[in-house]
Ligand binder design. Structure first.
Ligand SMILES: [Zn+2]
Length: 171
């Protein structure tokens, strides 16, 4: 059976092939059509591999080529703030059955760092809801691989984010 991550990349590649070397107007209209065809599947976790490609950075432009990303970064304030030495590294949150040994040695470990749960390079927004705290060792280890844990819970920010994108794109 095809994994959710593979399904995601398959869908993403299909979109990128469809918009390859097209102008901003075409890309914008293409995205709107894709979004509308999926709009009744919002909040449906089975459709996450179809919905997540819609936030890919190439789609963050309006029909004039205007960048929409800055208008979408709601709650961006504080992404790197409010982190204390007592915070746990959430490596166990992104890798099943893993745990962070360094949580027992916080003075050696130092403060955790903010990282994007859904990778920034794949359009993951800089908002607290997409934040995962990792110690410096696991922050290095995470890279941008999409881990199976992502597909287990529907991201609370996604519907709002896509709806905001839609309203920016139809204007
Ligand atoms: Zn850790």
């Amino acid at each position: 059976m095809i994994s959710q991550s593979n399904l995601y990349f398959k869908n993403l590649l299909e979109h990128l092939a469809a918009i390859n070397s097209c102008d901003f107007k075409f890309k914008n209209d293409y995205w709107i059509n894709q979004f509308l065809s999926l709009s009744k599947e919002l909040s449906n976790i089975r459709y996450l591999p179809n919905l997540m490609p819609l936030i890919y950075p190439d789609f963050l432009y309006g029909h004039h080529g205007n960048y929409l990303g800055d208008l979408l970064q709601f709650n961006a304030n504080g992404f790197n703030q409010g982190i204390n030495l007592s915070d746990h590294c959430q490596f166990d949150f992104i890798v099943k059955d893993a745990s962070c040994e360094f949580n027992n040695y916080k003075s050696i470990r130092g403060k955790c760092q903010a990282d994007h749960f859904w990778p920034h390079s794949l359009g993951g927004p800089t908002i607290l809801e997409n934040r995962v705290l990792l110690c410096k060792f696991h922050n290095l280890a995470k890279s941008n691989s999409i881990l199976d844990s992502f597909w287990k819970e529907y991201p609370c920010w996604l519907d709002d984010y896509l709806t905001r994108m839609y309203h920016l794109k139809i204007n």
